[in-house]
Design a protein around this ligand. Structure first.
Ligand code: FO1
Length: 315
């Protein structure tokens, strides 16, 4: 089997990452994860996309939300609220352990990569989950009401303020994590999970050297589109693209990924968009992409790996 570097944001990306992890051995898959959504809450370092991928691979995900822990409760947060603390960001009782442990490991001198590795080991997650950088990068939404930290925009304001842009504070000075650099060097294929191109994949590409390395990458580069039927399956990708004047379709996604991917996997219902994607020099592969069950996640991962094998056998 080829060695795959998967690049992921939160909920949508974690689904494909889980599918890939079912088909590839730990040494054949690295999942590099966006950390632009990271935030400090109540003094704790929360890394939402890393959490979401780790919980998915550990089989702990809350199936109703796609993030957080199945069966969690919010008693600690309720108590915090009674003491006057902020409660708009829902940290569950079980989930708090993740952020406490990460914060403790960071305070002990671990990098975010090392802290993530320790947590993965403790939870029995064997596939490497690698933060994009160990240095702080913070996604900022530029809105008509001013700049907002990503979780403030995403959770507190439910993505309502129209955006005029996004920026990734700190990205210029944030070296890629060493584990991501190694994975980029060793990978036979790169897979962009069906994550938000602007605020999930965008921060990873903003880390110095990553975009260039992907542009120069010789093996297959496959993206799974997060847009199905002109809408994002999860999250604000469609709304954000529309507000930035981009076409909310697979063609819009293909334009964002021009020069970075060879194949865009689009949903079967979007087959009529395939020729417009291909006109941009990106092959369109049409297949069911909506992942509801674990079987869907594995089926899509199998399809992506078949594209990788097909590309390798041609080359
Ligand atoms: N998403 C929400 O919509 N509301 C929340 O209160 C919330 C809390 C939360 C806590 C821990 C965590 O790891 C993720 C959490 N998320 C929450 C998800 C997160 O905001 C987003 O999924 C990502 O940042 C976007 O990829």
């Amino acid at each position: 089997m080829p060695r795959v570097l998967a690049i992921s944001g939160g909920v949508g990306g974690a689904k494909l990452a889980l599918g890939l992890s079912r088909l590839l051995a730990p040494e054949e898959l690295t999942v590099a994860v966006n950390t632009g959504d990271d935030e400090t809450f109540h003094g704790l370092h929360v890394s939402p996309d890393v959490d979401t991928v780790v919980y998915a691979l550990a089989g702990l995900t809350n199936p109703e939300t796609g993030w957080g822990v199945a069966g969690d409760s919010f008693r600690a947060l309720d108590a915090l609220g009674r003491l006057g603390g902020e409660t708009w960001f829902k940290l569950g009782d079980l989930d708090l352990a993740m952020h406490l442990r990460r914060t403790e490991l960071l305070a002990d001198g671990c990098t975010l990569t090392e802290a993530t590795r320790a947590i993965c080991e403790a939870l029995g997650v064997r596939h490497p989950v690698v933060p994009m950088s160990d240095a702080p990068v913070r996604t900022i939404a530029l809105t008509e009401h001013g700049e907002m930290a990503f979780q403030e925009y995403f959770v507190r304001h439910a993505c309502e303020p129209p955006i005029t842009g996004v920026r990734f504070a700190g990205a210029d000075d944030a070296p890629g994590s060493p584990a991501l650099s190694v994975a980029l060097t060793n990978a036979d294929a790169i897979v962009f999970c069906p994550s938000n191109p602007l605020v999930s994949i965008g921060p990873v590409l903003a880390v110095p050297g990553i975009r260039d390395a992907i542009e120069r990458f010789a093996g297959p580069r496959i993206a799974v589109s997060p847009i199905v039927g002109g809408r994002a399956l999860k999250g604000p990708a469609a709304k954000m693209m529309a507000e930035l004047g981009e076409e909310v379709s697979n063609v819009g996604v293909a334009r964002r990924y021009a020069g970075l991917v060879d194949t865009l996997v689009i949903d079967e219902g979007d087959a009529p968009e395939a020729s417009a994607v291909e006109a941009l020099g990106i092959a369109a592969h049409v297949t069911p992409t909506v992942m509801t069950t674990d079987a869907d996640k594995t089926a899509l991962a199998r399809e992506v790996l078949a594209l990788v094998s097909g590309h390798n056998s041609q080359g």
